[in-house]
Design a protein around this ligand. Structure first.
Ligand SMILES: Cc1cc2nc3c(=O)[nH]c(=O)nc-3n(C[C@H](O)[C@H](O)[C@H](O)COP(=O)(O)OP(=O)(O)OC[C@H]3O[C@@H](n4cnc5c(N)ncnc54)[C@H](O)[C@@H]3O)c2cc1C
Length: 447
């Protein structure tokens, strides 16, 4: 039986304080023999202003972990998109402006502000220490050192101090330090993420600006609008109880992100060239997005005015789309990986945070069976055996969806009928996942 015959609490360090970490900490906090603490590099982990969509699978997994985690979406002002998304064509000569399809799921996706959601999650773990401003720079499995206890792990912090714990769970995102410790020396080729080539930008605006730009047609419904072009895609959605609109653009046709840093401000001239190359044939709605996103002083009608407005303000935040091509294992000894640290996937299906939440549910399930440090490695292996195939499937479909959204999927392209057929099954593998069955399977493997 889980959690019986406890000797002394096991020290569990969670690296990173993002969505994955907070959900996991809440679920682990209910297991009596675990003493959990979080190490987060940033001073304020909930400061990020962007929003993301949580699909049916994420909502169900949160509910299974703890209903208070599911209701955190509502407390954070999450907006239910119904239908989940509306897809339109944005290439003249190929049905510009035409409706392609609505995407529906049994439980529609909810768009929620990342920072607001994280702050609500954090309120549910007030009993768990979060060490902010504490970057982990190295993690060592003590089995690797001649003097160490094989069931412990040492973490080194940026301030020069170190801690010995019974296990480390890497929720430290795409450039995870724990990932390096798990994959080296056996899999050096898999440690780093790679750039998919495309780049994206995101901006938040008040909903009234969105209504002015797009008109009621695209704003009165709480729906994610997706305009597919030839090589690029533009999305808009609403969050913060409907008061804010998010604008997302993905350039993936002719331009790639070639800077050393992953994120940055784009120069106006570069933007002008990219606009001409990538969005030259886009219609009014897309130019409205560009004007809003980059100028803060929008022209709602044409490319020229959008560009002029932009040149006055010239602040464009953009970044590379990064993914892990593969992860040969999510666990080694008493270290394991969760969320983007385990495998960062293309954002095209809006599935990454949902995967992190499913991971947290899975890991909390196996950790309930751990009674001593010696049990941890087995729990991590069982977690790996169930989560890796699931994530690989979502990574594959998300990569394909990225090509689709840019009109580049082989055999589909910008053919409206083929696009409709493709969209009729959009992200079904992501949304229809049976998390309750996953929990059952994990329990059976742990017994
Ligand atoms: C453009 C874009 C759009 C997306 N849209 C969606 C969407 O609509 N729906 C969806 O489900 N997902 C979406 N995603 C994916 C989603 O954002 C991620 O999958 C999710 O945030 C991963 O959560 P995480 O907790 O694993 O990692 P993160 O959110 O990256 O958190 C990692 C945390 O670890 C901290 N950290 C990093 N290194 C260290 C260290 N060495 N020591 C201590 N702390 C450290 C970081 O500061 C951070 O707080 C999108 C991603 C992108 C790029």
């Amino acid at each position: 039986m889980p959690s019986a015959g406890i000797r002394q609490p096991l020290d569990i360090a969670i690296a990173g304080g993002g969505i994955a970490s907070m959900c996991l900490a809440r679920a682990l906090g209910d297991i009596p023999n675990l003493r959990v603490q979080i190490f987060e590099a940033r001073q304020d982990p909930g400061e990020d202003g962007q929003a993301f969509g949580l699909g049916s699978n994420a909502q169900r997994a949160l509910e299974l972990m703890d209903p208070i985690l599911r209701s955190a979406i509502d407390r954070a002002g999450g907006v239910r998109m119904d239908p989940s998304a509306r897809v339109m064509m944005a290439s003249p000569g190929q049905g510009h402006g035409e409706w392609i399809a609505d995407i529906g799921h049994e439980i529609p996706q909810i768009i929620v502000g990342r920072g607001a959601f994280q702050r609500e999650l954090q309120k549910t773990i007030s009993h768990i220490p979060i060490h902010t401003g504490q970057r982990i720079i190295k993690v060592e499995d003590q089995a690797a050192s001649s003097t160490g206890n094989p069931c412990q792990v040492k973490i080194h912090l940026e301030d020069g101090s170190s801690r010995i714990v019974d296990a480390v769970i890497g929720c430290d995102g795409v450039n995870s330090v724990v990932r390096t410790a798990v994959l080296l020396p056996e899999h050096p080729e898999s440690v780093k993420s790679s750039r998919s080539g495309s780049y994206h930008s995101r901006t938040i605006i008040p909903i009234q600006d969105g209504i002015n730009a797009f008109g009621d047609e695209y704003c009165k419904l709480k729906v994610q609008n997706i305009w597919i072009g030839n090589g690029c895609v533009v999305l808009t959605d609403r969050f913060d109880d409907g008061k804010k609109m998010q604008l997302i653009t993905n350039f993936g046709g002719k331009r790639t992100w070639d800077r050393e840093e992953d994120w940055g401000v784009l120069d106006g001239e570069v933007l002008k060239q990219d606009l001409a190359m990538e969005f030259g044939d886009f219609g009014k709605e897309v130019w409205a997005v560009r004007g809003l996103q980059w100028s803060g002083n929008p022209c709602y009608q044409c490319a020229d005015c959008s560009l002029k407005a932009h040149q006055r303000h010239a602040k464009i935040y953009a970044g590379a789309v990064k993914t892990h091509v593969q992860t040969p294992t999510y666990a080694k000894g008493n270290m394991c990986l969760l969320g983007d640290a385990a495998q960062t996937i293309s954002p095209a299906q809006g599935a990454g945070a949902g995967q992190a939440i499913e991971d947290a549910l899975a890991l909390a399930t196996v950790m309930a069976f751990v009674q001593s440090p010696e049990d941890i490695a087995k729990a991590f292996q069982v977690y790996d055996s169930v989560r890796r195939p699931r994530r690989s499937d979502v990574a594959r479909s998300s990569g394909e969806a990225g090509l689709f959204l840019r009109g580049r999927l082989e055999g589909v392209g910008l053919d409206m009928e083929k696009m409709r057929q493709y969209l009729s099954k959009w992200a079904d593998n992501v949304h229809n996942y049976d998390a309750a069955k996953m929990v059952q399977e994990l329990k059976e493997r742990m017994r």
